[in-house]
Structure formats: structure tokens, C-alpha cells
Design a protein around this ligand. Sequence first.
Ligand code: DER
Length: 249
Amino acid sequence: VAQAKRAAAFAAVNKHVTPDVRVLGVGTGSTVVFVVERLAELRAQGQLHPELVCVPTSFQSSQLIVAAGLRPAELNDLPADGDGLHAPIDVTIDGADEVDAELNVIKGGGAAHLREKVVAAASRALVIVGDSTKDARVLGDKWAGGVPVEVAPLAWRTAKAQIERIALPGAFELAAPAATLRQAVRKAGPVVTDNGNFVLDVCFGRIHDPPAVERRVMMVPGVVEVGIFSGMACEAWFGNEDGTIACRI
Ligand code: DER
């Protein structure tokens, strides 16, 4: 799987991180490790813009950027671009848990989807990289982990109860969503995100209308961000074990 992730990451960086790119969003997760590995190679070859800055999407992302000798920059410190939409990032390259035929994406396996979505929304392009297990026709086809939903700790039980009562006929497969509070592995108690929140993993079954589900979950009081990125990605690169890659736009 590492070879597959690496092949996808290298292909995406080679295409998008050209010497004119000055601001790059760096995602979170294991595939992004290979994105940063390729950036470090390009830096050593003098192929990166001398003033390139990298915007992290998590503590892990920051660590990768600094360890590779790249220059980190916080989103709020970047100058607005010409049209004042404050989309100052040329391109963001990030991983995903699953990508559907329309390039809707489930993200948040690494519990970083709040900052990932903010950075992606401030980018002129969002490019997804992953191994071929992420390449699906419908969200929920392959990824069994559910949709990560970041919630304020004070609201996790009420948000869970309200999410499990969501009814959107035709939008998803299950009769009712099933939400689970994500427990940490090497820490007692729930996972706490970089923003101090909890994560509910919500199973919907197959998701036939990702935008509708994303919008409806966002309405639940206490929900901070939903790990469905509808219509945000412009391209997805999937690596195979044999090193070959597939690109979807
Ligand atoms: O949490 C996230 O959204 C990450 O991008 C994650 O889903 C990607 O995971 P991977 O690159 O480790 O498979």
C-alpha cells in the first residue's frame, strides 16, 4: 500500500507543484507523508519557488513540513489574493478516506477534517491522493469507517442522538444513521482533535446525495465540521500496488 500511496503522491506533486507555486496547502495522513517526501526532493533539486510556503492542516502536517526543511505559514497570515475571496493558496494536496464518481470525498480518518476543509476552501485547487482502495463509485462502497463529524465535547451526546434521527429519503442507504464516539487508542478516553473537540464516526451506508447529507449534519447543534467534502476536489490520483496510477477529474 505504501508503494501505491507514494506513486499517487509523487504524480500529483510532479504535476501541480511547479516552480511558480508560492503557497501550497499540505494535507494530513499517511499518503501526505509521501507528498512531503517528494517536496523535499524537489527542494534539494532547486525545483521549488524560493519563497514557497506550506500551509499545514494539522500538527502532523506541520511536523512533516518543518522536518522536510520547508517553510510553514498559517492561513490567517497570508495576504488575500486579488479577488478578495481570501483564497491565497495556489493548490492543496491532501489524502482521503474515500472518493466517489463525482469527486465527492470522505475525509477525517485522521481527525483533521476541520482544518483540512478550511484550507481546501481557501485553495484555488484541491487535489486528492491515495491508494486505489479509496477509489469508489459511491461514498460508503469501500470505506467502512463512516463519516467523521467533529463535535464540541459539551454536545457530543445530544449531537449523536440528533444525528441518529436524521431522515433524508433517498440520500443514504441505512434506515437511520449510527454514530459512534471515536475512542483514542494510546490515550484513555475519546480522541481529542487539534481543535479540542471530539469525533463521531457516523455510518450512513452508501451515500447517494453527499451534499444533502453534509448540509443536514452541519445543522445539528454542536457539530463543528463534517467529513464530507462535496464538490471541492478538482482531481484525484489513485496509486496501485504495482506503482501504476489512475487520475480522475
Ligand atoms: O483525515 C484525513 O482526512 C486524512 O486525509 C486521511 O483520511 C487520509 O488518510 P491516509 O492518507 O492515511 O489514508
